[in-house]
Structure formats: structure tokens, C-alpha cells
Design a protein around this ligand. Structure first.
Ligand code: KIV
Ligand code: ZN
Length: 514
């Protein structure tokens, strides 16, 4: 691969999933992995195989399904982690093991309680063990952003000698500042004698809002892999956003002498898919993928764009996958057209009954909404809608009375394991009344931590997409529901969240030590 190829390493399914509430099912992860593959991401970090049986299964399924991207699993620098990662990656056409150990004084002293020499020894042992399974081994110095340069040089030189082909420098706690971080990368590459035998990578967190800036500074100083996530999802304030990195180097090719192989037209659909599956809405003013990213409000700007687009636009909306809400399907469209359009959007139904259920939901929607756009279709078949027909709890029907001056009243019927239950409740508003009525039936005791509504397309007949974040015993889940009626969408989102909480209770595994 040429030295100006910038490797895009996507960690939405691993670090992204570490965002509170962003846990995904195996099927949802597979869908995202297929979308990433279609976008031509070089490496997909599919999970942390030893973390749980669910993670292992997801890494294994993605390894078997993805052909055009390398599939990677994270592993601590421990034999059992590396063996488990290798086991999960066994079926992959191209597999990478990503092993890491902390290198900052604070992590070595308090977290690992190890001497620096022991850390080096363990790193070397881990890289060698991983090389027994695959030629593609990445080594990360966790908390490199707060590690000492000389120690980094020492451990990295030995990791490369042991067989690591990619060296990752994570700013784990988002502490770095662009110029300083870029210098660190430059110095490491200059000082380490065998640096030319590895690709240097960066993995930046966004605690100071600098993840993308730090990553780009590192690329200017020689890094040739960037670890990032769709929509900047990730632990705490998140990771560097893939769409910003890719469009940054593409738009400013005059400054970055690198190229990615990404098909950027898949950026917006993939962002939408990740947002719908995780229940993390994309803020309207988010760069590249926010609803307003290409919208011009001021008259002066509009006038300029009409006269000559480049006066106020540095990128073309179509290049990142925005399109003018083209009407795709309507009330009279058939099953085949429905299936074909969804295949084009990256959805493949696994069974005929799954297709039939989704098609029935499409017909219901087409009765309420004349024009059905791609975004509507994506919401219709996103993981959460399917879960609602398959989960333990199902919303059978609901009605809400609202009138000026009268306290709202909701009546909700839910089926639990196939048995129907009905309840009424008043509330401060229609959504509050609905949630109280649901709780009267299920008694989950969960706390509603976040509630948000977004319109999926424009117009008053647009579907509303509601996210309801519930917390129970420290476990956080994001339920998502969509409907042309936002109160019904709210009910669906709550039920989806309850199903996620319930799924977690039944699947709870013995605690692992990660
Ligand atoms: O932030 C971090 O340090 C990580 C490593 C495991 C790469 O996610
Ligand atoms: Zn991270």
C-alpha cells in the first residue's frame, strides 16, 4: 500500500459501543459492519471478544460476513484475551488482533500496579502470541497521551521487533492539544530506529473537543492510520468522527498528502443507520452529517450559493450522501420494489417472514403518509422496529385524550409474553401519561434519563423519531420508536427500551474481569 494511503480504522462497534446506552445486538452490529464494508473502510474493529459472549458472537459473525475490510478484535495484553480474539476471528478473510497495555506512569502505578519493565515484557509477549495467529497485529500504548516519550520509544521499538505492524498512539483521556500531539507522533517516528517497519496510528478521544483536530495534526506529522467512529460515538465525549477525518483530508488535499479509499457517498446513510440503531440523535449542526450541515439560512449566503455554489460551500452535499429527499416509494409500491430499495440501502431481510412484517409496517405507514423517503424506510426496518415485534413487550394499542385545560389521559394495551394487559393513567402531558400507564403494567422501576424527538424528514406529516433512555441498576439503554404520531412514537420508544433492559437481564453472564 502506498505511503500516502490513510488507513481508516472504524471502531464504532467497539469504542462506539462503549458510549453509555449505545449497546447493540449482534444483528444490528452486522448491519453496521456491512454498511462500513460497503463504504470501503479499511479495518472494522468489531468488538472486544473476551468482554462477553455477546461480543464474541458479534466479532465471529462479522468476521464470517465481511469480505472486503479487515476485521479486528481488541484484546488486552493477556494470553486468554488474545486466544479468544483469535478464536472469534477464525473465519475472517483478513483478520487483525489489536492488543494493548497502558504506558502512562499513572496507569502503570495505580491501574496495572506494574513496573515499566514488566509492562514492556508483557507487551512483547502479547504481540508475539498474537503473531502466532495472524500477520496483522496492532499494538496500542493505552494513555499514550500522558506517557513519557522515552518510555513510548522503548516499548514501541520492542513491540515492532516482536512483530506489530501497526503502532497505535491513543489519547485515551482526550488530553492532547493538536500541535503538541502532532510533535509527539513526529518525534516517535524519528527516534524509534525500526519505526519504518510499522504504520503509526492515532486514536483520539474528544474530552476537550479536539479529537478530530489532534488526529489531523498527527496525519500531518506522519500518522497513516486514524481510528475513528461514525458520528464521533465513543466512550465519554466520544472518539474522532470518521466523517470529519475523511472529509477533512479530502477537502484539504492541498495540505494532507494522503488519500483514503472511502466511498464518501455512503457517509450520510451510514450515519443515519448508526444513529437509528443506537438511539443517539445527530445534532443538527454536526459537521457533514447534521441536518443543517448544508443548509443556508441567511439571505446573503443563499444568494451567493445560487450565483456560485463555492461562494459558501466547500463540499458538495451529494458527495457525502445527501440527496434531495427523492420520493422513493408510495402506497401502491409492491413488495419487490420495497425489498429492492432496502437492498440498495444495505438491508437484506434474513427470512421471508421478516420481509413480510416490515412490508406490513410499510403499508401502514403509506396509509398515513403519502410520500415515503429513504429515511422513512431506514427507520421502518431499523433494529428497534424489528425488536418491537419480537421482544417480550409489545405495544398493542394506545389512545390519549388531550384538550386545552384538561389533564391528559392515556390508555395503553401491552402484550407481555403474548398476554394482553391494559391500563390508564393521567399525566403532565400526553407522553408523561403514556409512560405512567405503561409503568402501571410493567413496574420496571427504570428511570427515564433522556427523552428526545427528531423529525425523520421534513413536513408536518413527517415521522417523528423518539429516543427514550432508561436506566435500571446502572444499566443504560436507548429505546427508539418512530411514527407519524409522536406520542405513539414515544410509546414505541419506551417499549423498545424495556425490551432492551429485559434482554440484558436474561442474558446476563457471569462477570468477566474486563
Ligand atoms: O482509548 C483507548 O486507549 C482505547 C484503546 C484500547 C485503543 O480505546
Ligand atoms: Zn478509546
Amino acid at each position: 500500500m502506498s505511503s500516502n494511503h490513510l488507513v481508516i480504522f472504524d471502531t464504532t462497534l467497539r469504542d462506539g459501543e462503549q458510549s453509555p446506552g449505545a449497546s447493540m445486538t449482534k444483528i444490528e452490529k452486522l448491519r453496521i459492519a456491512k454498511a462500513l464494508e460497503k463504504m470501503q473502510v479499511d479495518v472494522i474493529e468489531a468488538g472486544f471478544a473476551i468482554a462477553s459472549q455477546g461480543d464474541f458472537d458479534a466479532v465471529k459473525a462479522i468476521a464470517e460476513a465481511v469480505m472486503d475490510s479487515t476485521v479486528c478484535s481488541l484484546a488486552r495484553a493477556l494470553d486468554k484475551d488474545i486466544d479468544r480474539a483469535a478464536e472469534a476471528l477464525h473465519g475472517a478473510k483478513s483478520a487483525r488482533i489489536h492488543t494493548f497495555i497502558a504506558t502512562s506512569p499513572i496507569h502503570m502505578q495505580y491501574k496495572l500496579q506494574m513496573e515499566p519493565d514488566q509492562v514492556v515484557e508483557q507487551a512483547v509477549k502479547a504481540v508475539k502470541r498474537a503473531r502466532q495467529y495472524t500477520d496483522d497485529v496492532e499494538f496500542s500504548c493505552e494513555d499514550a497521551g500522558r506517557s513519557e516519550l522515552d518510555f513510548l520509544c522503548r516499548i514501541i521499538e520492542q513491540a515492532i521487533a516482536a512483530g506489530a505492524g501497526t503502532i497505535n498512539i491513543p489519547d485515551t483521556v482526550g488530553y492532547a492539544i493538536p500541535e503538541q500531539f502532532g510533535n509527539t507522533i513526529r518525534q516517535l517516528m524519528e527516534k524509534i530506529p525500526n519505526a519504518d517497519k510499522a504504520i503509526f496510528s492515532v486514536h483520539c478521544h474528544n474530552d476537550l473537543g479536539l479529537a478530530v483536530a489532534n488526529s489531523l495534526a498527527a496525519v500531518r506529522c506522519g500518522a497513516r492510520q486514524v481510528e475513528c467512529t461514525i458520528n464521533g460515538l465513543g466512550e465519554r465525549a466520544g472518539n474522532a468522527a470518521l466523517e470529519e477525518i475523511v472529509m477533512g483530508v479530502k477537502t484539504r488535499a492541498d495540505l494532507f498528502e494522503v488519500e483514503t479509499q472511502l466511498n464518501t457517498q455512503h457517509i450520510v446513510p451510514t450515519s443515519r443507520l448508526v444513529s437509528t440503531i443506537t438511539g443517539f440523535p445527530v445534532q443538527p449542526n454536526k459537521a457533514i452529517v447534521g441536518l443543517n450541515a448544508f443548509a443556508h439560512e441567511s439571505g446573503i449566503h443563499q444568494d451567493g450559493v445560487i450565483k456560485h455554489r463555492e461562494t459558501y460551500e466547500i463540499m458538495q452535499a451529494q458527495d457525502v450522501g445527501w440527496h434531495r429527499n427523492a420520493l422513493v416509494l408510495g402506497k401502491h409500491s409492491g413488495r419487490n420494489a420495497f425489498r429492492t430499495r432496502l437492498q440498495e440501502l444495505g438491508y437484506n431481510f434474513e427470512t421471508e417472514s421478516e420481509l413480510n412484517e416490515a412490508f406490513a409496517r410499510f403499508k401502514d405507514l403509506a396509509d398515513k403518509k403519502h410520500e415515503i423517503f429513504d429515511e422513512d424506510l431506514q427507520a421502518l426496518v431499523s433494529g428497534n422496529s424489528l425488536d418491537d415485534t419480537q421482544g417480550r413487550y409489545r405495544l398493542v394499542c394506545m389512545s390519549v385524550n388531550i384538550e386545552t385545560g384538561v389533564i391528559p389521559d392515556a390508555k395503553v394495551t401491552i402484550s407481555i409474553d403474548g398476554k394482553e394487559h391494559t391500563s390508564n393513567s393521567k399525566g403532565g402531558g400526553p407522553v408523561d401519561a403514556t409512560y405512567r400507564a405503561i409503568e402501571k403494567i410493567v413496574h420496571s422501576g427504570a428511570n427515564l434519563q433522556l427523552y428526545s424527538v427528531n423529525n425523520i424528514t421534513s413536513g408536518t406529516d413527517s415521522q417523528g423519531e423518539v429516543t427514550a433512555r432508561l436506566e435500571l441498576d446502572g444499566r443504560i439503554v436507548n429505546g427508539v420508536g418512530s411514527d407519524t404520531d409522536i406520542v405513539i412514537a414515544s410509546g414505541k420508544a419506551y417499549i423498545h427500551a424495556l425490551n432492551l433492559l429485559y434482554k440484558h437481564q436474561v442474558k446476563q453472564l457471569p462477570q468477566s474481569d474486563v
